[in-house]
Design a protein around this ligand. Structure first.
Ligand code: MLT
Length: 254
């Protein structure tokens, strides 16, 4: 079972973190939303406090199944589901597996396509380096790309994210890299996804360019696109605006 943070009561919203992070990135949003909603923020397998899956079993669909097992164990019916980056890939996989459970979908600094062949090769090369050298490889490569202008390596938010990445088990990082490399192209499914959707993107995102979010929003049935002046980590860089966007979206969902 996944470890998770739960706060508040009311209609349920599940927040999924990105790679290779933990529920801790959502602290501001958990505090802001839990006055009105039951907020559930799990750690995906092999990240945060959650155990690794058996070797070779990681996939976006399997991560989604683990999230469903968690919400089932908590007795949650239909819920709003928002995912950050890789968490968005998991959210799309969960929506495919159990569309009737997802009352509304939120994608934060994410995208719906699969990896390109070069992207996949890059993931395999990174996985190999992580095996040899540990999680610092990913922290060192991703850290400088995660934030928009104005967040330096001395910034507490940079340090928080850096510490989470460096504290993640190498096997958890490698499993997530292979799972992302193998993920399905969800773009053809976007027009079939029901319920109010939120697509939130950072205008300075160096990992997933804002154009990807624009494409996702244009293809979803009922999406609101929100662009914020930040990088890949809107929940930390623009916490109030991110919480406000989630809150507006949730008021449409429930
Ligand atoms: C993430 O932030 O979750 C990942 O960087 C997404 C990706 O690598 O595709």
């Amino acid at each position: 079972m996944l470890t998770y943070r739960q706060s508040g009561s009311g209609p349920a919203v599940v927040l999924l973190h990105g790679f290779p992070l933990s529920h801790a990135i959502w602290e501001h949003q958990i505090a802001a939303l839990s006055g009105t909603y039951r907020v559930i923020a799990p750690d995906l397998p092999g990240m945060g406090g959650s155990a690794l899956l058996p070797e070779g079993e990681a996939s976006m669909a399997r991560y989604a199944r683990e999230v469903l097992n968690l919400v089932d164990s908590l007795g949650v019916g239909p819920f709003a589901l928002a995912g950050h980056s890789m968490g968005g890939y998991v959210a799309l996989a969960l929506q495919k597996e159990a569309p009737q459970r997802v009352a509304g979908l939120g994608l934060v600094a994410s995208q719906a396509g699969a990896d390109t062949p070069e992207g996949r090769e890059g993931r395999f090369a990174t996985a190999e380096k992580v095996r040899a050298e540990g999680p610092g490889v990913v922290a060192g490569a991703m850290g400088p790309k995660l934030f928009g202008s104005g967040v330096t390596p001395e910034d507490p938010r940079y340090r928080q994210v850096d510490a989470i990445m460096r504290g993640t088990a190498p096997e958890g990082i490698r499993a997530a890299l292979f799972a992302m490399a193998g993920r399905e192209d969800m773009q053809p499914r976007l027009p079939t996804i029901g319920g109010p959707a939120l697509v939130l993107a950072g205008e300075q995102d160096k990992i997933i360019p804002v154009e990807k979010a624009e494409t996702v929003a244009a293809n979803l049935k009922a999406a609101t696109l929100v662009k914020l002046p930040c990088g890949h980590m809107p929940m930390l860089e623009e916490p109030e605006a991110t919480s406000a966007a989630l809150s507006r979206w949730l008021s449409l969902v429930f």
